[in-house]
Design a protein around this ligand. Structure first.
Ligand SMILES: C[S@@+](CC[C@H](N)C(=O)[O-])C[C@H]1O[C@@H](n2cnc3c(N)ncnc32)[C@H](O)[C@@H]1O
Length: 196
């Protein structure tokens, strides 16, 4: 499905990094090893690589990751890409300074075990940075999944990320493109969680 969606020269989600990620990035140590889950066409991975981080991008879409590599080449940065289903991708334990997840929506039955592997994958002090649509999003009719099972709330976050220090866990409405007031409102969950 995602291969078909990405099969165009245009970047479906643009090439501008997510604003919450931009806010969180200064917290990462120099040269941080970052794993991006469901990276898609590379907007966030390429941004982080441009800051000098060592970024590995995982996605089930080979087409999306080919575009990510193209964007990296155009920006003169390097990223590692891995085509894999996150249900099977073995996150290396204790290896990552940060793991990021932007709008990679999975059902609870898949997301909960993935989150256990995310927790184990973080180094002590490592950060999990996430933004996804929350359960209010379907009311806005501005895209994203409508199935509650694919959406995440703060309560879901507390249940699925036990032991992590939730430095940020907030649900908010914002413009789909933060800087463009003409774009529709979306309702999201933003999380910055640190492994102690
Ligand atoms: C809405 S897009 C978001 C892309 C990117 N994170 C961004 O914000 O621009 C969701 C991405 O998650 C990927 N994805 C969804 N389920 C996946 C899975 N089980 N394994 C690997 N990738 C998955 C899709 O291929 C797609 O690229």
């Amino acid at each position: 499905m995602w291969d078909d969606r990405y099969a165009t020269d245009e970047y479906r989600f643009g090439t501008t990094p997510n604003r919450f990620l931009v806010e969180c990035a200064p917290l990462l140590p120099p040269g941080a090893k970052v794993l991006s889950l469901g990276e898609g066409e590379g907007r966030n991975a390429v941004y982080l690589a441009g800051l000098g981080f060592d970024v590995t991008a995982v996605d089930c879409s080979a087409v999306g990751l080919a575009k990510a590599r193209r964007l990296a080449r155009e920006r003169g940065v390097s990223i590692t890409t891995i085509v894999a289903n996150l249900n099977e991708y073995p996150i290396q334990p204790g290896a990552w300074d940060a793991i990021i997840n932007f709008f990679c929506h999975m059902p609870f039955a898949e997301r909960a075990p993935l989150h256990q592997r995310v927790i184990a994958g973080l180094k002590p002090g490592g950060a999990y940075i996430l933004e996804v649509f929350n359960p209010d999003q379907p009311q806005f009719g501005s895209g994203g999944p409508t199935d509650r099972d694919l959406l995440m709330s703060i309560d879901d976050t507390r249940r699925e990320l036990p032991g992590l220090d939730l430095r940020v866990a907030r649900e908010l409405t914002r413009r789909r493109d933060d800087d463009d007031p003409a774009t529709p409102l979306v309702s999201v969950l933003q999380v910055l969680a640190i492994r102690s």
